[in-house]
Ligand binder design. Sequence first.
Ligand code: FRU
Length: 440
Amino acid sequence: ISTLFATSPMQSVKAETTDTNSVTTAEWTRQMAQNFVRTSENTAPEISADFKVVADDLWIWDTWPLRNRDGSLAEINGYKVQFALTASKEYTWSGRHDHAVIRYFISEDGENWEVGGVAYDPEKAYGSRQWAGSAMVDDSGKVTLFYTASGRKENETAQNHFEQRLAKTELYMFEDEGEFTIENTGDHQILAEADGTYYETQDQKTGSIIYSFRDPWFFQDPETGEEYILFEGNTAGYDKELDPSNIGDEEFRATHDVPEGSEDFNGNIGIAKATDKSLDNFELLPPLLEADGVNQQLERPHIVVKDGNYHLFTISHQFTFAPGLDDGIDGLYGFVNDSLRGDYKPMNDNGLVVANPESDPFQAYSWAVLPNENVISFINEFSDNGQDIKGGQFAPTLEINLDGENSEITGVLNEGEIDYPETEEDTTPAWSAESLEDYQ
Ligand code: FRU
């Protein structure tokens, strides 16, 4: 989110942890986070001012398609489904974050999307509004929607307005008598809260940028079958001074100046492990990667595995880089490793994978790399003939080639278009309203 917020206290909740001594947390150091340069490999083309509008009464931003348990793109009875943060345009562009609800969108061709409706009963959802997440349909046809519960519906105060908890609900989507149907009155559950040990709570926060415990992304490790949620966190207990390991090697440290205040920037990519297949119980583990002294927000982290390489992606802003790291840009950043845990290396040397064009450095945001190497995002802010345009709709999709430590944008598709693989057979069970009642 591109707004600065004041510190506000919240209660910390201690999470259960296991023996994590053998676990590596990768570092994105100040030495790595240098020399961000726009090139033809990483820079998206300018977005046209007559972009496609899917819903003219809604702001649309962070978006994620429904996926199968193994991360592949899912379809329900031939329908493609995406979820997105939305807010009525009666709210201002910057005020939308305070009114976010998750809506679903359906499409038969993966290009022309239709707004479905709110994906759950807003009365039952946790949070005064719901922020980004992910969605997975399992073999039984049950959809699990993971989301961020932001603030509190009841007893909300200025202090806990920016509290964030990881939550989920379950729902069913199916075709019934030729109509796409949703049964979404299910219960909601909080899955994890900042523990104050690995993950900073609001009352531990320093600095002026909003803290993070949000954006749960479901991930099944193809090597082990183990299941996780990745999320955006901040490192707890990190407000005094930088470790040399956050800065870089000895030679770099000898000449690199770390301005005061850098210690307030402590973004990380958090991870919690599902302790059973119900996905009701998760255990917080030490972060997968941290950017202490480097960047405050590693947003919407997610993994795409290709050729045995685990590509770990996150989005970040120019203004969330720590002081002295002045050439950071609003972009998609990537890291690569040969397994889920380990010493991830930044892709393309410093991590930059997708940048907006220099002429419109904030034109798109919230990129998500899909397993088919399509990169979706939303249209943010840009200028056209001196006119300031707020997008709030699906951005043109980028095609990218992931090649180990390197990446290259290879093409552009239409706004919101996803190149779904041809499915030979639809394996989604066809619920009917009656059979669903039996199941529940
Ligand atoms: C990224 C983001 C997410 C958050 C949402 C809030 O665009 O900041 O981290 O869930 O926007 O609107």
